[in-house]
Unconditional design. Structure first.
Length: 121
């Protein structure tokens, strides 16, 4: 992301007669993924040089680390990971947990710098 904005500040909810919708991103170049973390597993502690990531927790509480802070994010919570920030997600529950990831910037899986990894990659 080439600027310092936090895209969580641009999320809005629009009421409609049938209910509502929540707009997470509009007219941006992004990559969108759903990440599933199995019970008792965690991703590597990593950084990215060319992208920031916004995560929406979908199913079960997920332990997230961003920078020096680690906390449990509840379903519905939205987390911002700026470019270059050390980050990780872990599932301490007894069932699979999913997160919606919206990556802003140049997306390339080879951009991952692993600082710690449970799987020796």
């Amino acid at each position: 992301m080439r600027d310092s904005r936090d895209p969580r500040e641009e999320i809005f909810v629009m009421e409609r007669p049938w209910g509502q919708f929540e707009q997470l991103v509009s007219n941006e170049r992004v990559t969108v993924k759903i990440i599933t973390v199995e019970p008792g597993h965690r991703l590597s502690l990593q950084t990215h040089e060319n992208r920031g990531e916004m995560w929406r927790v979908l199913d079960v509480p997920i332990e997230v680390t961003v920078g020096e802070r680690t906390w449990e994010a509840a379903p519905g919570d939205t987390v911002w990971v700026p470019e270059h920030a050390m980050h990780r997600m872990a599932n301490k529950s007894d069932r699979a947990g999913r997160l919606l990831e919206v990556a802003y910037g140049e997306f390339d899986e080879a951009d991952i710098v692993r600082h710690e990894d449970d799987y020796a990659r």
